[in-house]
Design a protein around this ligand. Structure first.
Ligand code: ARG
Length: 262
């Protein structure tokens, strides 16, 4: 539970405590030579252009471009609905330090109505200008894709308690049923709002700083489709504690309606 309530706060505190210099030094380290699992916990580096709609947000979260000017992220990554020019979205690169990074400020935030820290963990960010030339990510508006193997990606910690990453990392994780996710989390899990993924043995997961980023898979036509939003978990990649994601299909109609008003 602590993990759940403190998720974003702890990520930000770590950033502040580590200091920019230390953080930069850590994130500049080359990937380890070891074949052991790394980032997104258990992941590998994404290729430039592989997930063109992946966005890094300046508060230390991920997001997805669902249209040229709208980013879908987690409610726990943002403040209240309203005008907001405090967020910078970095798009178009796997390397956050790349000179070709596209950086755009926010103009507005729309946080899920009724969000109170339990479920409903989605939000939209309107960008000051459209990001062109990058494919957008479709969102699942039926439950048809709430199964199978999902891809996760982000610049968050590569190990529980570890540093944020300079390069985008990716991994795949299998769907976990509500029943088995409830075995881990009991009533903390809100089955209608949340979808879980991970291996029983752990080892691969999203982690602090991946929040707000998409969990996605291919649809029947072979196109990427977003089924989840990184939300929370007990630690990262622990055995029998799957990652918990906002269930995009539950909120798709609300997300589309809200995006149209931004
Ligand atoms: N809440 C975290 C964040 O703010 C993401 C945690 C995901 N945890 C997990 N075990 N899948 O970045």
């Amino acid at each position: 539970m602590q993990q759940k309530k403190n998720r974003l706060v702890s990520a930000l505190q770590k950033l502040a405590a580590a200091g920019a210099v230390v953080l930069a030094a850590v994130s500049l380290q080359p990937t380890q030579a070891s074949a052991a699992p790394n980032p997104v916990v258990g992941g590998t580096r994404a290729a430039q252009g592989e997930f063109p709609w992946m966005v890094r947000l300046s508060m230390g979260c991920g997001g997805s471009l669902i249209s040229p000017q709208v980013v879908l992220t987690a409610a726990h990554c943002v403040g209240a609905t309203g005008n907001n020019t405090s967020i910078t979205a970095t798009a178009g690169v796997v390397d956050l330090n790349s000179a070709s990074a596209v950086k755009v400020r926010s103009t507005k935030v729309y946080r899920a109505p009724g969000y109170n820290g339990a479920g409903k963990d989605w939000a939209l960010i309107k960008l000051a200008s459209p990001v062109t030339g990058l494919a957008n990510l479709k969102i699942a508006d039926t439950t048809a894709y709430n199964n199978g193997t999902f891809t996760i990606a982000g610049w968050g910690a590569a190990t529980e308690g570890g540093a944020q990453q300079r390069y985008l990392l990716k991994a795949t994780v299998p769907f976990v049923s509500d029943a088995s996710c409830q075995a881990a989390y009991g009533s903390d899990l809100i089955p209608g709002d949340e979808i879980c993924a991970g291996y029983p043995q752990g080892g691969t997961d999203t982690c602090q700083g991946d929040s707000g980023g998409p969990m996605f898979r291919k649809d029947n036509a072979g196109a990427w489709i977003q089924v989840g939003i990184v939300s929370w978990g007990q630690g990262c990649a622990r055995p029998n504690y799957p990652g918990v994601y906002s269930e995009v299909s539950t909120f798709a109609a609300d997300i589309k309606a809200a995006a149209a008003t931004l």
